[in-house]
Write a protein that binds this ligand. Structure first.
Ligand code: FMN
Length: 181
């Protein structure tokens, strides 16, 4: 599929089919994330794939309760991918401090979207999740307390007929210009 068509086809999926996702497909998504660019080639990420039903239930029950219950739809996702934000290389951290830019977040975003787009190509739906109980995720998955988890991804098969088409986005002339602001 042409890239722009794939990009336009992708929507956040919040209703998943009760169908397991093949490990081979998950590995292709991980491979897509692995080759993502990052500041100073820091690769400041670790992807923890949770596809064990029991563990995933425990994770979701804790991560999406209370004030995070708006994301309880994730309980139906067959896979949750936890993206641990690892430490960037020294130069990227110093450069980032100097510039006031969190390069690692840009890196995580690119790698995560590589994962998302590969998933889309394989017929899998995803949803970025930024609102969750980080402490609960760490405790269920034995992630050291000093690590940072900025985002998760929900992943699974979905009913393509049910996904709304067309994005609600600003027009091109509002978000871009040539040669001056
Ligand atoms: C960093 C980030 C965090 C997000 N967090 C959530 C979330 O916690 N829950 C949710 O339902 N969607 C979340 N989304 C999905 C956005 O709401 C969605 O991408 C946006 O509304 C555009 O819709 P589309 O993805 O269907 O094009 C998040 C997206 C990004 C990029």
């Amino acid at each position: 599929m042409a890239l722009l068509e794939l990009l336009k086809q992708r929507r956040s999926v919040r209703d998943f089919l009760d169908k397991p996702v093949e490990r081979e497909k998950i590995k292709l998504c991980l491979e897509a994330a692995r080759v993502a660019p990052s500041a100073c080639n820091s690769q400041p990420w670790k992807f923890i794939v949770v596809d064990d039903g029991e563990l995933k239930k425990r994770l979701c029950d804790k991560a999406f309760s209370g004030i995070y219950a708006i994301n309880a739809f994730c309980k139906k996702a067959p896979v949750i991918v936890v993206i641990v934000s690892e430490r960037s290389k020294f130069l990227a951290r110093i450069g980032g401090m100097f510039r006031g830019t969190k390069y690692y977040l840009i890196d995580i975003g690119i790698a995560g979207e590589h994962f998302v787009l590969q998933a889309q190509e394989l017929g899998l739906g995803t949803c970025w999740i930024g609102w969750f109980n980080e402490r609960a995720v760490k405790s269920v998955l034995n992630i050291p307390k000093d690590k940072k988890i900025d985002v998760l991804l929900a992943l699974g098969y979905y009913d393509q007929e049910k996904v709304k088409s067309g994005h609600s986005r600003e027009p091109l002339d509002k978000i871009s210009s040539f040669n001056s602001y």
